[in-house]
Design a protein around this ligand. Sequence first.
Ligand code: SAM
Length: 189
Amino acid sequence: MSNMLSDLAFFLKQAVLQPKQTSSLVPSSRALAKAMAAALSPATGPVVEFGPGTGTITRAILDQGVAPADLTLFEMNPAFAEELHSRFPGVTIHVTGAQDAPKHIPGKVGAVVSGLPLLSMPRSLRREIVGAAFDILRPDGFMVQFTYGQNAPLSAEGLASLGLRAEKTTKIWGNFPPAQVYILRQADH
Ligand SMILES: C[S@@+](CC[C@H](N)C(=O)[O-])C[C@H]1O[C@@H](n2cnc3c(N)ncnc32)[C@H](O)[C@@H]1O
């Protein structure tokens, strides 16, 4: 419990210092983190996480059996990155924007899990980040993204222009605020 409280305090401090980037006052609930990682297994191969924050979703990804050596994180906030580094030995961390992922990932990965506040980002950055995810994904790979409210992570036109389709999976009512998990794939897979 004291760990959860210190996580909350640390996250809240970053939310005050970096409100636009952090875009939430509290980390995702365990239930949402579990739902975000549910489609992963050791067979997924390399996995990339965008915007891990304090690592609630990171922990759930590792709990699915993904090896630390198969997990790469992109976190822009150096304070979060430093904390992640000590919490998750063996996991690779890039302290840079998720949009730069193609410059840092040499091969192709099986899944991208994103805890980024995509819908509060400018549309051009949103498209750039989803485009970066599909640049590094295998053709059969998938991107997991949650949103608050009713809207999908990209509009129908945005998805079509990138050749993608979005599938709604779990709704987590117990998260604050309630969150909807989406899986994005290439439209022909
Ligand atoms: C809403 S918080 C979510 C944190 C965590 N995934 C969770 O669900 O509790 C968004 C996180 O994304 C990071 N972030 C924001 N923009 C980013 C970007 N372009 N690339 C990488 N990380 C980013 C923030 O620093 C923060 O850690």
